[in-house]
Design a protein. Structure first.
Length: 97
């Protein structure tokens, strides 16, 4: 992995940050001393990227926001609001990969 700030390859894992739903590795650059996480598109997201991608896949398949909410609760045991799923759709539908 390269540093996001100085493109150095002298990067070490500084810590693993955890919340209720996921854990993220936080890296430290030995050259510039800055800290960063490896998830570019899912930065500062509370839920794991697999959950968000699952919800987006369901939305693209034609599921309503209420059905996506119910499916996340039953299959993944994750409780989200319909508006959260809508914000994910709004945010990630604009990304061009």
């Amino acid at each position: 992995m390269d540093c996001l700030y100085c493109d150095s390859q002298e990067v070490i894992i500084h810590m693993i940050r955890k919340n209720n739903y996921t854990s993220k590795k936080v890296y430290s650059c030995k050259q510039c001393g800055k800290f960063f996480s490896d998830n570019q598109y899912f930065k500062r997201m509370r839920y794991p990227k697999e959950t968000i991608l699952f919800a987006l896949n369901l939305y693209c398949s034609g599921f309503s926001l209420s059905k996506i909410k119910s499916k996340l609760e039953s299959e993944k045991n994750i409780f989200v609001n319909r508006s959260t799923v809508y914000r994910w759709v709004e945010k990630y539908s604009r990304i061009k990969i």
